[in-house]
Ligand binder design. Structure first.
Ligand SMILES: [Zn+2]
Length: 434
């Protein structure tokens, strides 16, 4: 019997927004497998680092892609780099001599049936599933095959729900029905794109969720066809993080200048890489000696929540060094927005001019909702109509895929979800989202 796995991510879909009314296809799918009720984002709860964690089964400390922005030092020049841009991959390699520090699923499956990723989020997020070109990466702006050679069957799609649907149809027809790689990934940009541009719970937000849900329905049909032909398919459907409602923005580098820790805008010894509702501080030169003082000052600000510095970052799944000395999450509460959706947070910016739109969604920090994506597994090891209340994480996806393919999973930060689905972990048989 041919073994395959398929992962579909509805970017940004909060677990508490998955219901039979809002997401009929997802709720119906949950009745066919196991719903993981306590599924959690990594830190930061940001897409690009999460793509690398999904691909590797490791946290950023191990795989080396630390967030949506990273401070890199290239040829002696320190600066903040946007991980979402297509040129970031080469910048990371120029700064560190490597891309990701651990193997991806694409590398592990290169000789075992292959790997195809279809992504409609940022180019950087798409590339960090397979930055060294062991399989195929398709994105509206970039597409390459083994050896990172450009492919000639690249069909750009729109960024948004229409593009997600076009991408899904092509994924079902071209990847699932025809090419049939060992592992295929479909990463939709909705509802995340709309959640950043409209209030959580608004009609626009609900329409974006419905659009993503219908894409899940199409993939399920295609997977059911493969199963009817006798293939042993693991279907994982989930999200990468949730969202909180933005109530204010804090220009962190400006505040560090005002507090006397940064000499001026051009002082590259003190840089802030923002992750939406969290941020990192990079320290070099004399500023490196003030790490504890700056961390204590940050912890005393009304606009921060948790702060970690130096070796404390290991517990957050992060490394520590000159380009990442301190991490902190922004202040938040559980107040409801105008649509009754709970969870608000401040966001971090570098300077005043990058203030985001208030009242819309954002993520990246440690809030209850932004760190609570959803996950459903349907396949031979996941009994229909079951739920698992053990805490699981995005780093468990890669080991789960490897276990389904009966490949070694030792040495990863995550663990196979198959091991969590025991009679003890299934409290009762019930429709998971009813
Ligand atoms: Zn995301």
């Amino acid at each position: 019997m041919t073994i395959r796995s398929v992962l579909v991510i509805c970017d940004g879909l909060r677990a508490d927004m998955v219901s039979p009314d809002a997401c009929p296809s997802i709720a119906d799918l949950a009745r066919a497998g196991t719903a993981f009720r306590a599924h959690r984002a990594i830190f930061p709860s940001a897409t690009r680092a999460t793509c690398a964690s999904t691909a590797t089964g490791c946290r950023p400390r191990r795989h080396g892609l630390h967030g949506n922005q990273m401070v890199l030092e290239i040829d002696g020049v320190r600066d903040v780099h946007d991980v979402g841009r297509p040129e970031f991959r080469d910048a990371l390699e120029a700064a560190t001599g490597r891309t990701l520090l651990v193997p991806t699923l694409a590398e592990r499956l290169a000789g075992a049936g292959g790997h195809v990723i279809f992504s409609n989020v940022s180019p950087g997020a798409a590339m960090f599933h397979d930055p060294d070109g062991h399989g195929h990466v398709y994105h509206r702006a970039i597409a390459y095959g083994p050896g990172r050679r450009p492919v000639d069957d690249h069909a750009p799609v729109a960024h948004g729900a229409t593009g997600d649907r076009d991408l899904t149809i092509r994924f079902c027809e071209d990847v699932l029905a025809r090419r049939r790689p060992a592992h295929a990934v479909l990463w939709l940009c909705e509802p995340d794109l709309t959640m950043h541009r409209a209030p959580l719970g608004s009609p626009e937000n609900r329409a974006a969720i419905a659009a993503a849900d219908s894409c899940v329905g199409l993939v399920r049909e295609a997977v059911d066809t493969l199963r009817s032909e006798g293939e042993d398919v693991l279907l994982l459907v989930g999200s990468d993080h949730g969202h909180e409602t933005v109530t204010g923005a804090v220009p962190v580098e400006t505040r560090l200048i005002e507090a006397g820790f940064k000499r001026g805008r051009d002082d590259r010894d003190v840089l802030v890489a923002t992750q939406g509702t969290s941020a990192y501080v990079a320290l070099a030169g004399k500023a490196a000696g003030r790490q504890a003082e700056i961390a204590a000052w940050l912890a005393g600000q009304a606009w921060t929540a948790e702060v970690a510095a130096g070796p404390e970052l290991e517990a957050w799944g992060l490394p520590h060094g000159p380009t990442l000395a301190i991490a902190f999450s922004m202040a938040r509460d559980n107040a409801r927005n105008g649509h009754g959706v709970p969870g608000t947070s401040l966001v971090a910016t570098r300077f005043e001019e990058t203030t985001p739109l208030l009242g819309f969604g954002q993520h990246g920090g440690r809030g209850d909702h932004e760190t609570h994506p959803f996950l459903i597994a349907v396949g031979r090891d996941f009994p229909p109509g079951t739920a698992c209340s053990d805490e699981t994480s995005m780093i468990d996806i890669a080991p789960t895929v490897l276990a389904h393919h009966r490949l070694a999973v030792a040495g990863l930060d995550g663990a196979p979800l198959q091991e969590r689905v025991t009679p003890a972990s299934i409290p009762e048989r019930r429709a998971p989202f009813d």
